[in-house]
Ligand binder design. Structure first.
Ligand SMILES: C[S@@+](CC[C@H](N)C(=O)[O-])C[C@H]1O[C@@H](n2cnc3c(N)ncnc32)[C@H](O)[C@@H]1O
Length: 263
């Protein structure tokens, strides 16, 4: 099993705080966030690299989506400080649907206000962090920061990006073709990792073709994915984690093999 987000250690250096949000520098230079009065809550990313971990786990899912040319209906669970949303906007200029879930009201509002250009409503610390993350993706994908940012704004204005509050059993989306599952580990977030929830989730949310990725791997998840027509593909986890989860469901004809197929 590999389902642990690291706890803070004494050597982790806080690079700034705003109220109960504490930012830390990870080893590849990118920032991560921990909640709690003293930042004692779970960190959102691996301390060996928030940005590199995002590329390793979730970048791979979007690469596969591109490769397979499936309709872009992407679900991101746990918006946090927006790595996965900025990744999507770096990879795709057009998409059918992006759905993000974030249960923390401030994280939702800060990110959306930043995208809407209402930076007066966003704490400076957050603005700097979002800009930093944007810069990292811009360098990685050799795409102008402005273009990535405008993609996010465009998705929002044209209604193809929807942001919801708490993911629970009233699933507001279906027919998704890529799932970036990042809602903390099973110890912190037992509800979303329970076999019962995962069964309902995988019955209702993915389309006939779907790629599922998460940084962790648990026996229950593996079992439920297999029972839900996903092929579980072995992948090494990020930096020393034994494995991460990468699974593909392909139960409808694939456009690559039937190029004339109407979608
Ligand atoms: C590991 S962090 C996500 C990091 C994010 N993907 C990023 O790269 O910045 C997990 C996030 O999931 C959110 N979360 C946890 N349970 C949730 C739920 N049931 N519904 C929506 N968001 C949830 C937490 O508030 C937290 O911001």
């Amino acid at each position: 099993m590999s389902d642990q987000t690291e706890k803070l250690s004494e050597t982790d250096i806080c690079i700034g705080s705003y109220e109960n949000f504490h930012f830390y520098r990870t080893l590849d230079g990118s920032p991560t966030l921990a909640f709690g009065q003293n930042g004692e809550g779970e960190k959102m990313h691996h301390m060996k690299g928030a940005f590199s971990e995002t590329l390793h786990v979730y970048g791979r899912v979007l690469d596969e989506l591109k490769e397979r040319e499936w309709e872009r209906r992407i679900l991101s669970i746990g918006l946090g400080i927006g790595y996965n949303e900025i990744l999507v906007a770096s990879q795709f200029d057009e998409l059918t649907l992006l759905v993000s879930y974030e249960k923390d009201r401030e994280l939702r509002e800060y990110f959306l206000n930043w995208v809407d250009g209402k930076t007066n409503l966003v704490p400076n610390r957050f603005v700097k962090i979002y800009e930093e993350i944007l810069t990292l993706f811009s360098i990685q994908f050799k795409k102008e920061k402005k273009k990535i940012f405008w993609n996010l704004l465009k998705f929002r204005n044209e209604g193809s990006w929807k942001v919801f509050h708490e993911l629970n059993e009233s699933f507001e989306c279906n027919e998704m073709s890529a799932i970036l599952f990042d809602p903390y580990c099973s110890k912190t977030n037992m509800d979303l990792w329970s076999e019962d929830f995962l069964e309902k989730f995988l019955k209702n949310v993915p389309g006939s073709n779907c790629i599922f990725g998460t940084y962790a791997s648990t026996g229950s998840l593996k079992k439920v994915l297999k029972n839900s027509q996903f092929e579980w593909i072995k992948r090494k986890g990020f930096k020393g984690k034994r494995e991460c989860t990468f699974a593909v469901k392909n139960t409808a004809p694939d456009k690559r093999w039937f190029p004339d197929l109407e979608r």
